[in-house]
Ligand binder design. Sequence first.
Ligand code: AMP
Ligand code: MN
Ligand code: MN
Ligand code: MN
Length: 318
Amino acid sequence: MFCIVALAILLCMVDNPRNLPSRSGASSASARSVEIALIDFHTHSSASDGVLSPHALLNRAAREGVRRLAITDHDTINGYLSLRGTALSDSMPDGVLAECQLVSGAEFSCQWGRLGIHIVALGFDPDTPNLRKHLARLDTARSERAVQIAQRLERAGMPGGLAGARGLADGAQIGRPHFARWMVEAGHIASEELAFKRFLGRGKAGDIAVLWPSLGETVTAICDSGGIAVLAHPLEYKMTATRLRALTDAFCEAGGKAIEVINGRSRPDDQALLWRIADQRHLHVSVGSDFHRDSTYGARLGVEVTGIPNGRGVWESL
Ligand code: AMP
Ligand code: MN
Ligand code: MN
Ligand code: MN
C-alpha cells in the first residue's frame, strides 16, 4: 500500500515538475480534462525568447485545455498582433473541441531605482499611440543593450555575439537568452544555464545596467491604453519582504492593480506572502506559467484557478 502511494506521489511530481497547483486527472496533454479552469496570463512566444510561434503556442494552449491565454512577450506585442482575429480553425487532435480566448498581453521591462522589474500588461488596446511609443522606446533600449552585451562578451574572448544572437532572434525582440544560446552553439560554454551563471546573470559582465523606462512610466502607459498592470513574479527579485512591500506600494501608487501570485518559476510555498500583500493592498491576482519552451526546468502551460476566490482574479474583469 505504502509503495503504491509513494509511486503515485512520485508520478505526480514528475508530471508537475515546477509544483504548480495540481490538475486532477491530467496525466497527459491529450487526456487533460477540458473542464478544469485553466488560465495562462504569462507566456512567451518566438516573438521574444520563447520557442513556439504565436500560432503554435495558441494551438498548444487550446489543446491542453487553457481557456484564456495571454502571450506576454518581453517588450513586444508582435506575437499577439500576428494572432489578432485568428480563429482556432486548425484541426485539433483527438477531436477535442477546444476554445481558447486570447487576451492582449506583454511583459514590460522597467526600472525601480536601480532594479530591473517586470510588469505584465493585460487587456490593453494595442493601437493606443502612447503604448506604441513606449514599445518603440523599449525596442531601442534592447537593441542598444545587445550591442553592449556583445562588446562585453568580445572582451571576454567571445567575438561575433551580436550577429550570432541577432541571427538566432531572427527578427524577434532580442534578449539575453539569444546570447546564451549563441554561446552554447558557438562552443563557448556547455549550457545556457551556465552562460547566465558566468556571463549574463545578475552582476556578471553581460548584465548591462539598462535605463529601462521607470516603473511609473510603464504602469501609466499600460493604464492609458485601458490595460491592467500586473507585478510579475515578485519573488524572482530576491528581495526581503520589507523591500517587496515597498515595491508593491510604489506599484500601487503608480496605478498598478494586480499581482502575480502564481508563476511557473516560483515555488507554491511562497504564495502565502504574495496573498498577504494582495489582501493588504486590495490587489487583484493573476497567474501564469511563464512558459518559454518544453523542458524539465520550465512549467507547463496553464494554471488551475478553481481555488482562487471569486472576485479576485484579473480574468474576471478582462
Ligand atoms: P532579458 O529580458 O533579455 O533581460 O532576458 C531575461 C530572460 O532570460 C528571462 O525572461 C528568462 O527567460 C531568461 N533567463 C533569466 N535567467 C536565466 C537563467 N539563469 N537561465 C536561463 N534563462 C534565464
Ligand atoms: Mn524570458
Ligand atoms: Mn520576467
Ligand atoms: Mn516572463
